[in-house]
Ligand binder design. Structure first.
Ligand SMILES: Nc1ncnc2c1ncn2[C@@H]1O[C@H](COP(=O)(O)OP(=O)(O)OP(=O)(O)O)[C@@H](O)[C@H]1O
Ligand SMILES: CC(C)(CO)[C@@H](O)C(=O)NCCC(=O)O
Ligand SMILES: [K+]
Length: 254
């Protein structure tokens, strides 16, 4: 096998996550907010000191301005352009359930590819990031469709925007029914997320998909999962795993 370095980039709505893959092994994931920094400064801060990668794969749901800014920096610095990934109709045993396959967020698509590589049965994949997405996939690798809900912070932010409720950081909830404002807001966001996941699992059964294996990813996965009244697994970095799989599949084709 060639000793090549592949740069994998997962740009979510809040954070840019990246890792270097060498000989099929992914290094620990680095994460940095892209909210208050120019694309050029962000690229310099993330990759200013790394060796020039052989290939770069970028999955970006945060918009073209950021993606193009990062690509421009790569061209100026490495005379190289990244491969920009989009969701496809079919790949690596997964069939996209969207009428327009490219409309499905590429991060969601990559979680489907990552899970399909390890699971043969039906799965329910929940990505708990800026948004919370729930996607169902049958035992044949057919994406049954999905749902998009605001993530925990967005639920709270929308409430605080249009009410006089004050912002409180680092809230712990003790019970579903809370005894102060901050806990009441936090409890509702957590339980709304958990309840929707449980409902998705019930719906899968009534749609004759079977009992899917429930897999959570994203930085709020632990907080939401702790409220679930059913078995689950947490697999952090599913999007990055999907990126690695995709990059490896292209490497073999060369
Ligand atoms: N630096 C940060 N500033 C504010 N919120 C953050 C930050 N990092 C993570 N979060 C919160 O953590 C959750 C998302 O983290 P995660 O790293 O899974 O995804 P993300 O890149 O923020 O979003 P996406 O879902 O678009 O990938 C959200 O609730 C988000 O608001
Ligand atoms: C839903 C999010 C924001 C989750 O990160 C992202 O996957 C996205 O922007 N998707 C495009 C819309 C869709 O997936 O239907
Ligand atoms: K994500």
């Amino acid at each position: 096998m060639r000793d090549e370095t592949v740069l994998l980039i997962d740009i979510g709505n809040t954070n840019l996550k990246w890792s270097l893959m060498k000989n099929g092994h992914i290094a620990p994931i680095s994460s940095q907010s892209h909210k208050t920094i120019s694309p050029e400064a962000l690229a310099q801060s993330c990759w200013g000191t790394i060796e020039t990668p052989d290939r770069t794969y970028m999955a970006n749901v945060a918009g073209e301005v950021l993606g193009e800014g990062l690509s421009k920096w790569m061209w100026a610095t490495w005379t190289q352009s990244p491969t920009i990934l989009l969701a496809m109709h079919k790949k690596l045993g997964v069939t996209n359930g969207y009428r327009d396959p490219a409309q499905l967020g590429v991060d969601r698509w990559l979680t489907l590819l990552a899970v399909r590589a390890n699971e043969v049965g039906p799965v329910c994949i929940v990505d708990c990031g800026t948004a919370l997405t729930i996607d169902l996939m049958t035992d044949e690798g057919i994406h049954h469709g999905g749902m998009i809900l605001p993530g925990l912070n967005l639920m709270r932010d929308s409430l605080l925007r249009d009410t006089k409720i004050p912002r409180v950081a680092g809230v712990e909830i003790e019970s579903m029914f809370a005894h102060d404002t901050a806990a009441a807001v936090a409890s509702a966001a957590l339980h709304a997320s958990a309840a929707l996941i449980e409902r998705a699992m019930l719906e899968a059964q009534s749609n004759h998909i079977g009992t899917p294996k429930l897999i959570l990813t994203g930085s709020d996965a632990g907080a939401i999962a702790s409220l679930l009244r059913m078995p689950y697994e947490i697999d952090s970095g599913l999007v990055m795993k999907g990126l690695a799989l995709f990059a490896a599949s292209e490497g073999q084709a060369e």
